[in-house]
Design a protein around this ligand. Structure first.
Ligand code: ADP
Length: 256
């Protein structure tokens, strides 16, 4: 079994990555948008000129128009412009969201019961997605109520549970337990699935690292989870080996 602690400096945070991507996209997006606008203006000018020609020399204009099917090309250019404009609008809005991601203000909530408001909530959220022969055993320990970001923490639990579900091919058990020592809460999520190689363990929390088939995994779940635990000044660590199952341990400092 491999035991590895993940240090925060080792990883580029997903927020920085998102802001970087947004910045890189914004520059080409700016000149593509302005070039498309210029092309649309040229097309308007061309249409005006063509109308003038059609008025001055209608017979010649009709012959040319029929020969090159200008009416069809006209319609085509119009719909292409509309589709490019809507595509660019969509890219701008995604890029804006990515840019905001890094500055997103997340609110901590006081008096959170981590067993109920975080873990049980996550179990309820995933239970319809979990394979029918997988049993989830939740063994809650006694915890003081804490000040945390409950939605973000339950997102971490959802990620761990869904990964455990993927790691168990048909039947198995996912065990979750919680405990507290002084002002440190520990959450353990253990599965008896396929486990991981050393290579996977080393890259586990890197953004976009996945061993899943294209289209099934994004490789963002654990890097986001890492960022969320880090923002609580906590630590997430893993112990796993091929064929030996996996244990994720989260340690969170809480004011007692
Ligand atoms: P994704 O689930 O989209 O692949 P994650 O960041 O959540 O992205 O996980 C990265 C990789 O870590 C997975 O592709 C898988 O190889 C491995 N992994 C995560 N959790 C487990 C687990 N419980 N058992 C085995 N492998 C796991």
């Amino acid at each position: 079994q491999q035991q590895q602690l993940i240090h925060s400096e080792k990883l580029a945070s997903i927020g920085q990555l998102a802001a970087g991507v947004a910045h890189e996209i914004n520059t080409p997006l700016g000149y593509v948008s302005s070039n498309v606008e210029t092309l649309c203006d040229y097309f308007d000018d061309y249409n005006c000129a063509w109308q003038a020609i059609s008025k001055a020399a209608p017979d010649a204009a009709k012959t040319i128009s029929d020969k090159h099917d200008l009416a069809f090309i006209n319609e085509d250019i119009n719909s292409l412009c509309a589709s490019i404009a809507s595509g660019l609008k969509r890219i701008k809005s995604i890029s804006g969201d990515l840019g905001h991601f890094s500055q997103m203000e997340k609110l901590a909530v006081s008096n959170v019961d981590i067993n109920e408001d975080v873990i049980q909530l996550a179990i309820n959220m995933v239970c319809s997605e979990i394979k029918p022969d997988i049993e989830i055993n939740f063994l809650p320990g006694e915890l003081t109520k804490s000040t945390v970001m409950p939605i973000e923490l339950s997102q971490v639990l959802v990620n761990l549970l869904m990964n455990a579900n993927d790691a168990i091919s048909k039947a198995g058990t996912i065990e979750i337990n919680t405990s507290q020592q002084n002002d440190k809460i520990t959450i353990v999520v253990k599965d008896d699935g396929c486990g991981m190689s050393d290579n996977t363990i080393n890259k586990l929390f890197d953004p976009f690292f996945t061993t899943k088939e294209v289209g099934t995994g994004t490789g963002l779940g654990l890097s986001i989870s890492h960022k969320i635990i880090e923002s609580h000044n906590g630590v997430i660590s893993v112990s796993s080996g091929i064929g030996k199952g996996t244990v994720f341990t989260i340690e969170l400092p809480v004011a007692s």
